[in-house]
Design a binder for this molecule. Structure first.
Ligand SMILES: [Zn+2]
Length: 340
């Protein structure tokens, strides 16, 4: 009887050791250790034994069962490891393949043009100053010689939060704030680029747009300095052959005031569609700072003078890059945005 058990154990262990894959091993496990498995069946032979022999036989069967179970588990592990290794060998990874590329963004056309403009003025010695977009009526209008009932306020239809607070309609309040902060010190030489808001919406106007304004105050600042500054800007921005032309105009915060045109960079002044045949393109408004504006901000108009200018960044971008509809710049169409 004991020899039969030993033979069965040897047979089972040999079969397990020879199992070629997991499926075959699972079959063997069922055949020997399953409910009707050969080793399991040994227990039934107990009945044929004398009572005295039973404990020893039971212990022997259990020991065989354990040894075959352990052999099955060990073989299963080695078969699984082999299968894993085979898979790793087959599925090689080419580490030299290029990875998935990130799409690299680029600057928005308006950021790009604003930076170009800032660089020109920084090169001329200007400081870049920022101010709040939600502004007091005082800084947006009154400190710029636009009292509450001034008719020129109608030129800048505004978004009001309260009678005394609005979304700034131009970057000029930054000038008023800067003068106030400087407390009469000279020189003042700043540009203030930024977002402004007006109730306009068509192909050349947007309720939100960008301006860049400049302000210079010092002793003996003349209109010639203004013209020279704008000529230097026009030539750096639109090409070294540009000329500027000043036409009389009106702004409440400057006196005298001038609209500034640059010679058309498209036709060189001969006349084309861009300049509507005139050879000139209007680019900005400017003037000598109004004596009352100087006074209100703590400067003595007898001791110093200054000039100011302001232009739309969208307009400069449209002119420089031949963009026909301002709204394209706010549509976020990447085909458009990627072309700069
Ligand atoms: Zn032209």
């Amino acid at each position: 009887m004991q020899q039969k058990v030993a033979e069965l154990e040897a047979k089972a262990l040999a079969a397990v050791a020879a199992a070629a894959d997991e499926a075959q091993l699972t079959e063997l496990k069922v055949a020997y250790l399953g409910k009707k498995g050969e080793i399991t069946q040994l227990s039934r032979m107990m009945g044929q034994l004398d009572a005295a022999e039973r404990p020893a036989f039971g212990a022997l069967v259990n020991q065989v069962k354990s040894s075959v179970e352990a052999a099955v588990a060990a073989r299963m592990e080695s078969l699984q490891a082999a299968a894993r290794n085979a898979r790793l060998q087959a599925e090689t990874i080419d580490v030299t393949l290029p990875g998935a590329r990130f799409t690299r963004g680029n600057r928005h056309i308006l950021s790009l043009v604003q930076q170009q403009m800032e660089e020109i003025f920084i090169g001329l010695g200007y400081q870049v100053v920022q101010g709040p977009q939600v502004e007091y009526d005082y800084y947006n209008f009154e400190a710029l010689n636009l009292p509450k009932d001034h008719p020129a306020r109608d030129m800048q239809d505004s978004f009001y939060f309260s009678p005394n607070m609005l979304l700034r309609t131009h970057t000029s309040p930054v000038q008023a704030r800067t003068m106030e902060k400087m407390q009469g010190r000279l020189p003042v030489m700043i540009i203030s680029p930024g977002v402004v808001y007006r109730r306009d919406d068509d192909a050349t106007h947007s309720p939100m747009f960008h301006q860049l304004e400049g302000l210079v105050i010092d002793k003996h600042v003349t209109f010639a300095d203004l013209r020279g500054t704008l000529l230097a800007f026009a030539r750096q921005m639109f090409g070294p052959e540009r000329e500027v032309r000043l036409r009389p105009s009106y702004f409440p915060f400057t006196e005298p005031s001038a609209e500034v045109d640059i010679s058309c960079f498209n036709c060189g002044g001969a006349g084309c569609r861009l300049c509507k045949g005139s050879g000139w393109i209007e680019i900005l408004g400017s003037g000598q700072v109004h004596p009352r504006v100087l006074e209100m901000s703590g400067y003595d108009p007898e001791q110093c003078s200054g000039f100011a200018f302001g232009m739309g960044i969208e307009r400069v971008a449209m002119l420089k890059y031949g963009i026909t509809d301002l709204r394209l710049m706010f549509d976020n169409d990447v085909r458009f945005l990627n072309s700069f």
